[in-house]
Write a protein that binds this ligand. Structure first.
Ligand code: MN
Length: 259
């Protein structure tokens, strides 16, 4: 298979390297990744600036293209300009830190997979539930196994407009309890800003919202990770809410607001 690998942590990120190394064992891999870290840029694309692309070599050989843009830019420009043939699959990650609950909306990692879905390609986002000293080895092994399991379904049997958001618990392989098909949790972050002073006495802020750990609904991505399960959530770029449409229809406001 030909696999396009990207991320939101930058082309030199260890999580990307771990994924690339595993995938290269059995597949043809093309790396198109942001030149610099793009964590939490969501589904942003670059329109007000030009996009520069640089060829990156590692260990004496071509490693991939570094793009001065976002993860969504990388998938687009990879597919439309850089790769010599369309990939069979787009992978994003492995991100240090989980992408669950509302974080999915902020996540550059997940947005690369959603961009693949928009462009009509199968996409999978991988994140590991560890920020500090993450060991990507078990996650990369499981990612490779998941890709092998998905491989027969890629051509013609992948639902249109769907991508997968995969989160790994930060556990050794032997302690991972299994895999759970989940839905996105709707937990609100515990929003918080830390106020500090710069050397000139002016205030600045660090945003440091956290996922709440309590009242986790069963069957969600947050719930699965808390139980040592690999969470697999199918996502789609269509954010429409049919329940909201029913509610809005009941308001009966359609004609009155148009003079
Ligand atoms: Mn990241």
């Amino acid at each position: 298979m030909h696999i396009l690998v990207t991320n939101d942590d930058g082309i030199l990120a260890p999580g990307l390297a771990a994924l690339v190394r595993r995938m290269e064992e059995t597949h043809r891999v093309s790396v198109v990744a942001p030149e610099f870290e793009q964590t939490a840029v969501g589904h942003a694309i670059t329109l007000a600036d030009p996009i520069r692309v640089r060829r990156v070599h590692r260990n004496g050989r071509f490693y991939g293209w570094a793009v001065s843009g976002t993860p969504a830019d990388c998938v687009k420009i990879g597919l439309l300009e850089l790769l010599d043939s369309p990939p069979d699959l787009v992978l994003s990650g492995i991100n240090p830190g989980p992408n669950v609950g509302v974080n999915v909306l902020y996540s550059g990692t997940v947005s690369a997979a959603t961009e693949a879905a928009i462009l009509g390609l199968p996409g999978v986002a991988f994140s590991l539930d560890a920020y500090i000293d993450p060991d990507f080895t078990p996650a990369a092994r499981l990612a490779a196994r998941l890709v092998d399991a998905l491989a027969p379904r890629l051509s013609g049997d992948w639902p249109e407009g769907i991508c997968l958001n995969v989160n790994f618990p930060a556990l050794p392989l032997a302690e991972i309890k299994g895999l759970s098909l989940t839905r996105q949790a709707v937990t609100r972050l515990h929003e918080r800003f830390e106020k500090r002073l710069d050397p000139h006495g002016r205030a600045y802020y660090w945003q440091c919202g956290q996922e709440p750990k309590h009242r986790v609904e069963p069957g969600t991505d947050v719930w699965a990770l808390a139980r040592g399960l690999v969470s697999v959530s199918p996502l789609r770029p269509d954010l429409s809410a049919p329940q909201g449409a029913d509610w809005a229809r009941d308001l009966d406001i359609s004609l009155e607001i148009i003079p």
